[in-house]
Design a protein around this ligand. Sequence first.
Ligand SMILES: Cc1ncc(COP(=O)(O)O)c(C=O)c1O
Length: 424
Amino acid sequence: MAGNQKEKIHDDIVERTIYNYEQYINPSLTRVFKLMGLPLEVSAEGCYIYDNDGRRYLDCLGGYGTYSLGHRHPKVVDAVKKQLDKMPMSSRILFNETVGSLAAKLARITPGDLKYSFFCHSGTEAVEGALKLARLCKQKPGIISTFNSFHGKTLGSLSATGRDIFRGPCEPLLPHFKHVPFDDPDSIEDAIDENTAAVIIEPIQGEGGIIVPRDDYLPKVREICSRRGVLLIADEVQTGLGRTGRMFAVEHWGISPDIMCIAKALGGGVMPMGAFIAIPEVWDVFIASPYIHTSTLGGNPLAASAALACLEVLEEQELARQAAEKGELLLNGLNDMAAQFPGVVSEIRGKGLMIGIELCREGFGGFVLSELIQDGILAAFTFNNQKVIRLEPPLIITLEQVEEVVASMKNAISKANEMVDEIE
Ligand SMILES: Cc1ncc(COP(=O)(O)O)c(C=O)c1O
């Protein structure tokens, strides 16, 4: 009797949640979740998420790059709890030690002369602020971005995003944005004119399908921007904070931008947190007019405490180095696996623990993802390219877990391969 009752309550939670999503969030999104067999998440710890049945999933999506430290890292949780007991939100008018310490720490760990920070909550807000700062600094409206890029979906950052499917229905977007091919420095040289304030670039295109540029691309872009008097904005919202095997992806190519955007992992997987950071010459406009860009809740002490703890953990545990080493193992394992299934996988690529698996057909994606979920692995497509499954596990993933991911992927891909045999 008691058992039945428990079962009933359990069913009710699942049904009620799906009903609420269908009725009050989005019916078509709910259909997609149901089709994929996505369960109800109830808790998470380390590299695992647990569902309503107590099943665990190795989180290889990592909240699109948010869970670099895994879920509920004890040091971050502890810092947030302490801040919660002291003062979660700021007066907005008094000095706050945690926020100041975070800004100082960012100035220390970011490349080049990046120094001043503005805090917000998300990647898109960081990009909005960076674009605004660039325009104010240069007193010019033009921004050059790349096709297939992803910089967010609010109107300013969407104007930079290079994917028509997201842009088209919202047009007209902001004027004076030009898009040029990624990994083609000459196209940037050609696109710059007297109205150009800045070039915005992801060092590795994430949502575009984990596209790593040639080694001379970013150095050339840096040289062009400096020579032509144009600012370089690096959007490190996804690549930043250890993900690619360096603290910031631009460091792979030895360059530093004039403005950098970060978010996602910055909140330590516990709080929403974003920031844009700039060199002093660029920040001068904000110094002259400190209230020209503000946010009531952005940079609150609670989120700042999470970010500060996150940066400490990244350094203490040398997570960027770990990402480089484990990423190489994962990449090698996946490449060996892919070589056996040339009809399903066309390429494996990436840097550190930001890895893309490009499938030969878009149709394979949903199947492979569902197989992975059944095998206890969470992953997803990249937003701009559904042929690519991205793997962005926590940087704390163990070597055994890396092997588990390769084995599950092999299982899923070999089943997809049987489909090819059936089709042909
Ligand atoms: C490179 C990049 N910039 C900006 C964003 C937008 O971030 P958010 O979703 O936090 O607004 C994303 C999100 O995926 C991203 O990958």
